[in-house]
Write a protein that binds this ligand. Structure first.
Ligand code: FMN
Length: 203
């Protein structure tokens, strides 16, 4: 089966197809972070906000990324779990667009991942009050150094505010760029019975 052709409408599970696309990109597209994706959340007035995060993994349930639960995105998701995510791989002109609902991963999952991370990243995340104002780079460096000293010869504890989100998708669109802007688009939507329906869209 060609994963970049109309064959993909035969895929029963677009989450698995997204996994295939990502794997292909990671092996071939030459990006440092082929797993980077833009995620959009909305504030209480419905005003959207987007930023790049790194996808940690695709599970049978959906798309997992890690962040700070107190960040702007974290606060927005706490009130409105609807989320949009987007991958674009310029090298071979492909896009995946995802609409879903974000739910926090479990504390155990967060800790299990935390302990695999480099100590330097753990300290950065331990001291970061992501999305809050900070007066200078010097303040950041001091917070880092103080924590490094305090935690010397100790494990860096996984902060309660650090953890993952699982995006459970209800729509996934696969976009294949073609000549003359006459692109291919395949939208998979999940119905109430949790089955996926794939259809082609006009470009
Ligand atoms: C390549 C790249 C990867 C990033 N990965 C993450 C990530 O995995 N998690 C994260 O919270 N922020 C990540 N960031 C930083 C976010 O884009 C963003 O600045 C941060 O999460 C704060 O967003 P917020 O204030 O809208 O919540 C990454 C940025 C870039 C450019």
């Amino acid at each position: 089966m060609n994963i970049f052709s109309e064959d993909i409408l035969e895929y029963k599970n677009p989450i698995e197809l997204a996994q295939e696309w990502l794997k292909w990109q990671q092996e071939n597209c030459g990006m440092n972070y082929a797993n980077s994706m833009s995620i959009s959340t909305c504030d209480s007035l419905g005003r959207p906000s987007s930023r790049i995060v790194l996808l940690k993994e695709i599970t049978p349930e959906g798309f997992v990324f890690f962040s700070n639960y107190n960040s702007r995105k974290g606060q927005e998701l706490a009130k409105n779990p609807y989320i949009a995510a987007n991958f674009y791989w310029d090298a071979n002109f492909k896009q995946i667009k995802i609409h879903g609902i974000a739910q926090k991963t479990t504390r155990q999952e967060n800790v299990d991942y935390w302990i695999t991370r480099p100590r330097e990243s753990q300290i950065s995340q331990f001291v970061s009050q992501q999305s809050q104002p900070v007066d200078s780079r010097a303040t950041l460096e001091k917070l880092y150094k103080d924590a490094e000293k305090k935690l010397e010869n100790k494990n860096v504890p996984c902060p309660e505010h650090w953890g993952g989100y699982l995006i459970k998708p209800y729509e996934i669109e696969f976009w294949i760029g073609r000549e003359y802007r006459f692109h291919d688009r395949y939208l998979f939507s999940r119905n109430e019975a949790e089955n996926w329906l794939g259809q082609r869209l006009f470009p």
